[in-house]
Design a protein around this ligand. Structure first.
Ligand code: GLY
Length: 422
């Protein structure tokens, strides 16, 4: 089977490495990719938002399966175009991708499916902002305001703050830019990311993971696209894991099918394990980054066959997934000033080591690998337990040099020390 992966992040690099371990995968191509993915797959260029271009490329590389990584092409219907061309595609239709692309749609689906989630309100008129802010946050017993960009914002449109002025300024800025604002009640409790391979009513969960969205140690500083992740979650009871699948993901998949937009692809549920049980923070329509880097490091089942089964409607026959024992930790190395405007163009030393996945990297004409984005690398360590996986990841990071770069030193630390309780 020849597989074409669309995207250019560490998530796509992780997908390529896992696909390469599948004995039935005989060819791998990536577009547009980065300096790291070029070493493991045939690298091509494409406008990822253009269904016509992706279809033409899939034909050119004779792909039997196209795997679409990022949300933007999915929301724009690129998977529909690939399927319409008669090529198997792992990724939902535009109609089903609204579970990520439209927060109003997601809330409506969750409500119809009876799924617990934050109370929310969309504000699109600046004149109504103050009254809406009064209905959320500390005046209502919540520790903080949760203010989100209602459009796709790669995780960076979220501000969680106990300071009304900060919340107001973020919301006002979004409204001024023409983006509707989503206000949400605060969900208190440790967060879980659960990725499920879904094909209509069949739901196959991967290992649960946790990601770290704030830029600084101890969950300080602004939100990012994700600074690190670990899997599995030693503190998550098995019955809670099962109930997330049975009481949240399966009903949502069934509701999407009932509405005539069955989901086929990766359904990602982000939850908080509150005192009242799991509550949904968000659904996404694709693999999450950086959790994918940790989760796929432990997958033993053949990924190409799994994704192909979902893409061709035979996922129900695939059977149980197999996983390595132990744990995996992914730590993101970010460029100076990320999540603000990152410094780019610096030479990176040590980026070709085992366990180093590339995101914002490019190869310069002189052959040097340089930074080209905010999140530059994802370094993945595995081990018999979380402490060993952390040690492995930070050991690799020690040998990487990028001027001005930064990373969190506490990825998976609280869990490794047994400090997370539900
Ligand atoms: N891990 C956050 C995201 O992928 O959206």
């Amino acid at each position: 089977m020849r597989v074409l992966v669309i995207g250019s992040g560490a998530r796509e690099h992780a997908l390529l490495l896992a696909l390469r371990r599948d004995p039935q995968v005989t060819g791998l191509a990536i577009a547009p990719g980065n300096a790291g993915t070029a070493r493991v797959a045939e690298q091509r260029d494409v406008d990822i938002a253009s269904g016509d271009e992706v279809v033409a490329l899939a034909r050119d590389v004779r792909a039997d399966l196209v795997v679409i990584g990022p949300e933007v092409p999915l929301v724009l219907g690129v998977a529909d175009a690939v399927r319409a061309a008669g090529i198997a595609c792992f990724g939902p239709s535009a109609a089903a991708a609204r579970i990520e692309g439209s927060k109003a749609f997601a809330k409506d689906v969750m409500s119809a499916a009876g799924v617990s989630t934050a109370v929310s309100e969309i504000v699109d008129n600046p004149a109504l902002l103050d009254a809406a802010l009064d209905r959320f946050g500390p005046p209502n017993g919540d520790p903080a305001w949760v203010v989100k960009d209602d459009r796709l914002a790669a995780g960076k449109g979220v501000v969680v703050t106990p300071d009304r002025e900060v919340a107001r300024a973020h919301a006002a800025g979004l409204l001024e830019a023409g983006h509707p604002v989503l206000l949400e009640s605060y969900l208190d409790g440790p967060e879980v990311s659960l990725f499920c391979v879904v094909d209509d009513h069949t739901v196959v969960p991967l290992l649960p993971a946790q990601d770290f969205k704030r830029v600084g140690d101890g969950d300080t500083g602004p939100n990012t696209g994700g600074m690190g992740a670990y899997a599995p979650l030693p503190w998550l009871p098995e019955d809670v894991h099962r109930s997330i699948v049975a009481d949240i993901v399966e009903p949502v998949a069934a509701e999407l099918a009932r509405r005539g937009c069955p989901f086929s692809g990766l359904l990602y549920v982000g939850l908080a394990i509150t005192a009242k049980g799991p509550a949904v923070v968000e659904f996404n329509c694709r693999f999450g980054d950086p959790e994918t880097q940790a989760v796929l490091a432990l997958l033993e089942s053949p990924l190409g066959q799994l994704l192909h089964a979902a893409a061709t409607g035979v996922l129900a026959d695939f059977g149980e997934l197999r996983w390595s024992d132990g744990a995996a930790v992914a730590v993101v190395l970010a460029a100076e000033n990320y999540p603000g405007r990152p410094r780019v163009g610096d030479v990176i030393v040590g980026s070709e080591a085992e366990g180093v996945l590339h995101a914002g990297t490019a190869r310069r004409q002189d052959g040097e690998i340089v930074s080209s984005g905010g999140r530059v690398l994802s370094v993945v360590g595995t081990g018999a337990d979380l402490a060993a996986a952390r040690a492995a990841a930070y050991h690799i990071l020690d040998s990487i040099r990028l001027p001005g770069s930064h990373f969190r030193s506490d990825i998976g630390l609280a869990a490794a020390e047994g400090r997370i309780r539900v």
